[in-house]
Write a protein that binds this ligand. Structure first.
Ligand SMILES: [Fe+2]
Ligand SMILES: [Fe+2]
Length: 357
C-alpha cells in the first residue's frame, strides 16, 4: 500500500484517507488502546502581525499565520482544540490583534489563547483581554489537566511607572538586547492561583502547562527567561508527568528538568537564532539535557511553521510542521526518559558524537 507523508496528506485533504494508509501518529490517535487519553491538539504561535498603515500589514507575517490556519484545518482526525501561544501582535495595537484574530477566526477548532509580551505591554493586556477573556485559566480534557499562565509579567513598579505613552513601555520590551527591558515573571498572584488550582488535581493526572516565555531560564539577555521559573517548577514537581509548552523563542527547544518536559514552538513569523550564537552575550544557558537540531538556515522562511501535539496517555509528542524544512517530531524517548528528536536523537537512532549529551 502506498505510504503517504503528512505533507501529502495535508495537501490532498480527507479524500486520500479512504484510499491510503494513515501516518502512524494518526493511527495511534484514532485507534490507540487507551483512546480516552489519546488525542491531538494544534499549537500555533508568534505571528507578530505588524500594522503598517490603514489596512496594510506586513505580508510575510500574515502569510505564515494564514498557512498555519489552513494546514491546521486539514488535520484529519481534527485536533480537539488549538492553542495559540502568544505574540499575535508586534506592538499590541488593536489593529494588529484584530487582524490576527480575523485570520485565526478561520480555525475550525476551539482556540485557547496565551498572552505574549508583544500583546501586553502597550496597555497591560487590556485590549487582548477584552477580545479574548482571562489571561490565566485551566481546564480538563480527556484525563489531562491543562493550565494557561501569563508568564510575561514583570515588576509592578516598572509596569506602572509614569510612561509618556504605553508604546514607550512596549518598545522597552519588544526587542532583544535592550538594557531597559525587564525579566518576565509569572508573579505571586498567579503562583498562588496555580497552587490552589493544582491542589484539586490528582498527582497521577498528566499536567500540560502553556506559557509564552519558557518556564525555565535559558538566556536572560533576550528574555528567554522567566525569573520565578524555579518557584513555578516547584509547584509542578509533585506531579508524575508534566509538560510545559511555550512560544516566544521562535525555535525548537527541548529540555527535561526532573519530571518536567519542556518544548518550544516554532513561530509563524520568523525564527530567532540558535543557542550557539548566544555566546555573543554573557550566557545563562543551562546544560540542556537535549540538544536541539537546527533546520536549514538558508531559506527565507526557514524554521517557521506550526505544531500539532499527539497526547498519548499523558506523553507529549510535538510534531513540528515546517513548510520549507523537513518536519520534525520530538517525543518522549522511553529509553532515556527524556524527549528526543525522533529522527536524530532517540537512543536507538543516535550517532556516536551525540552520545555526549
Ligand atoms: Fe514572539
Ligand atoms: Fe514573545
Amino acid at each position: 500500500m502506498k505510504k503517504i507523508n503528512r505533507r501529502e496528506l495535508l495537501k490532498n485533504g480527507g479524500a486520500l484517507l479512504a484510499a491510503c494508509s494513515l501516518p502512524i501518529s494518526l493511527v495511534e490517535v484514532a485507534f490507540g488502546k487507551d483512546s480516552g487519553q489519546n488525542f491531538t491538539f494544534a499549537f500555533v504561535s508568534d505571528s507578530h502581525i505588524t500594522h503598517i498603515k490603514g489596512k496594510q500589514f506586513v505580508n510575510n507575517w500574515d502569510r505564515g499565520l494564514i498557512r498555519a490556519v489552513a494546514e491546521t484545518n486539514l488535520m484529519d482526525p481534527k485536533p480537539d482544540f488549538v492553542f495559540y501561544g502568544g505574540d499575535i501582535a508586534q506592538l499590541g495595537k488593536p489593529e494588529e490583534i484584530d487582524h490576527g484574530l480575523e485570520i485565526l477566526s478561520g480555525l475550525s477548532a476551539k482556540t485557547h489563547y496565551v498572552m505574549g509580551e508583544h500583546d501586553y505591554y502597550v496597555d497591560l493586556g487590556d485590549y487582548w483581554r477584552k477580545q479574548l477573556g482571562p489571561d490565566h485559566y485551566s481546564f480538563d480534557h480527556k484525563g489531562v489537566h491543562f493550565v494557561v499562565l501569563n508568564s510575561i509579567l514583570t515588576w509592578e513598579k516598572w509596569m506602572h511607572q509614569k510612561w509618556d505613552t504605553g508604546m514607550d513601555r512596549m518598545k522597552q520590551m519588544a526587542r532583544l538586547d535592550n538594557p531597559n527591558g525587564q525579566p518576565f515573571m509569572v508573579g505571586e498572584t498567579q503562583r498562588k492561583w496555580l497552587k490552589n488550582d493544582l491542589g484539586k488535581v490528582s498527582k497521577d493526572t498528566p499536567v500540560v502547562v502553556m506559557s509564552h516565555s519558557p518556564l525555565q531560564k535559558i538566556f536572560k539577555g533576550w528574555n528567554f527567561w522567566t525569573d520565578d521559573a524555579e518557584q513555578v517548577q516547584a509547584l509542578l514537581k509533585p506531579f508524575k508527568k508534566v509538560t510545559v509548552l511555550y512560544g516566544h523563542v521562535h525555535q525548537i527547544q527541548t529540555n527535561q528538568i526532573g519530571n518536567i518536559s519542556f518544548h518550544a514552538a516554532m513561530a509563524t513569523a520568523w525564527p530567532w537564532p540558535y543557542p550557539s550564537t548566544y555566546s555573543q552575550k554573557e550566557s545563562f544557558l543551562p546544560k540542556l539535557t537535549v540538544e536541539m537540531n537546527r533546520a536549514d538556515p538558508f531559506f527565507e522562511r526557514d524554521a517557521t511553521g506550526w505544531q500539532f501535539i499527539d497526547m498519548s496517555n499523558g506523553d507529549v509528542a510535538v510534531n513540528y510542521q515546517l513548510p520549507n524544512n523537513q518536519n520534525r517530531v520530538v517525543a518522549m524517548d522511553k529509553k532515556s526518559g527524556k524527549p528526543a528528536d525522533t529522527m536524530y536523537q532517540a537512543a536507538d537512532k543516535r550517532i556516536p558524537p551525540q552520545d555526549n549529551y
